[in-house]
Design a binder for this molecule. Sequence first.
Ligand code: SAM
Length: 260
Amino acid sequence: MEAKKITSDTVRADFNDLLAVVHYTRAAHELGLWKSERILIERFFPDLTAPLLEAGCGAGRVTLGLWELGYRQLTAFDFAEELVDQAQSLAIERRADGPAGITFLHADATALGTCHRLSDKSFGGALFMFNGLMQIPGRERRRTALRELHRVCRPGAPLLFTTHDRDSTPTERALWRLEALRWERGEQDPKLVEFGDRYFEEAGTGRTFMHLPDRAEILADLAATGWTHEFDAMRTELAKESRPVLDFSDECRFWVARRK
Ligand SMILES: C[S@@+](CC[C@H](N)C(=O)[O-])C[C@H]1O[C@@H](n2cnc3c(N)ncnc32)[C@H](O)[C@@H]1O
């Protein structure tokens, strides 16, 4: 019998799982923005009054970080209802709720048109942090999400997001060469959708789907979806993160693109 491929339903269920909810809620309460995130947000989102859209907000780690930096026109969404509920509770606790506070929505990044509260909006910037974009299975669906963000942003709006990088170290490159051989022989995990995908389980986090691209793939995806590449760098090139941040998250590549 053919194994069932990972779909967005698998990913949403994994993020709604209690283990993941506790993990991301704790990070939202205790960790806040990473140094590298703050550096790039302050550099590429200089206007505190611009309406910003945060995709894949989870339990609100970045959303509340943005609020604390002084951004006041924030809309944040996630397709995992349990996480959005946690983000909303944290906003209430930090007095970032109410009519002048953060707007939280339950929405799928690949189908923003179905969320009527986003239909008449035109954002001055967008963020999809901590590899959320890479947790969408299937390259064409990731491109759909990039097109959707493009559609709801104004010309010139910046987009900040992160990914892993398959080529970041010699060890990574060697491991991915072995994985390429498995795909050539048809011996890869049959649940995976494309080369570059991983589906793994970690104590304390639960199951995680992640697509690991190389740099060329992201450059091509940005060009194909109306975004102009402006900047990219590995996190270690940007800041020395604290031990709790390093425990929470692996090395990643930051990307900034601008809407054409
Ligand atoms: C690694 S978590 C990061 C959460 C939060 N931004 C943070 O940094 O703590 C990725 C988030 O992206 C969300 N996500 C993944 N695919 C999505 C989609 N298609 N639409 C909306 N949210 C999505 C997940 O539910 C999850 O909350």
